[in-house]
Design a protein around this ligand. Sequence first.
Ligand SMILES: Nc1nc2c(ncn2[C@@H]2O[C@H](COP(=O)(O)OP(=O)(O)OP(=O)(O)O)[C@@H](O)[C@H]2O)c(=O)[nH]1
Ligand SMILES: [Mg+2]
Length: 330
Amino acid sequence: MNLIQDTLKGNRRAIARLISHIEDEVPGAREALAALYPHTGRAYIVGVTGAPGTGKSTLVNELAKAYRRWNPPRTVGVIAVDPTSPFSGGAILGDRIRMRDLAGDAGIFVRSMATRGSLGGLARATADAIKVLDAAGYEMIFVETVGAGQAEVDIAKTAYTTIVVEAPGLGDEIQALKAGIMEIADIFAVNKADREGADHTVTAIQMMLDLNHASHVGGQALRRGSGQALRLSGQVWRPPVCKTIAVRGEGVPDLVQAIEAHAAFLRESGLFGQRERERVAAEFEHLLREQLMRQFVSRIAPEQWDELIERMVRREVDPYTAAEMLLRGR
Ligand SMILES: Nc1nc2c(ncn2[C@@H]2O[C@H](COP(=O)(O)OP(=O)(O)OP(=O)(O)O)[C@@H](O)[C@H]2O)c(=O)[nH]1
Ligand SMILES: [Mg+2]
């Protein structure tokens, strides 16, 4: 089996094995990624994030089906990232079960990824898994992540369009939204609209968007420092708020339209290229930081490291000076 050639041909076993190699940092995985890299950059990546249990997987399942029914049908890759579980336990099994009706369709590939070591490692492995699916020819790639921590935000940064999923009755959640998630949302989905309070949630989000709109130009553009370009082009994206009932597939066509509208907005405003550059730069920075740190730490004797920590604990040296000492090799 030639992992690279077979992945490029879309062979499912090759794809699955290569992603496992990436997760396990098997020697050769990096070379495979390098060989695949020229074949990436074609997929449209959509991030789906939100609090636990809001219905992200159910929604992704429906979105995948919608794109399979598209004319002409698009192939779909799904990556469900679980930063909370260090083992491939219940959550992942749950995702598999919920996405059961996707199984058997050769045009869909579903993969779960959990933390094996650091969250940073998970973000990197996820970015690499996206490349594998991209090179394998999947046209739409959905990346599901839980919550709104930094790792999730990092993962969201790998998407062109980010959907934030909310559910009614999460008042505190909406407050928490203000912090990080508001800035990454290109589209809001208020799921479980069959439950009481959905309209209230929609109103709350709309109000927050109103507040934000004057100073924020909305969505990822600002967070990525492209506000200026947006103002120059005179174009502003206001995140639409879609009500959905994922379990019945209701509201999903509107959500698909919102994704397509955002993709068109990015292309027509010229922001797509900018976002792609920012995506590549962010990933590169992340990688450099990780590798520099690894290389650097590997050159330090454990005793030296421990001693330095001890000295900081005893307040004999401050962290800035300690860092200077290490960097200068003293
Ligand atoms: N009433 C109602 N229940 C829903 C809806 N969408 C999803 N659910 C249910 O909500 C539960 C959680 O759905 P998931 O799709 O697993 O949610 P999730 O956000 O992926 O969950 P995690 O990945 O564990 O964070 C399941 O029991 C779903 O059947 C909806 O529109 N209405
Ligand atoms: Mg899920």
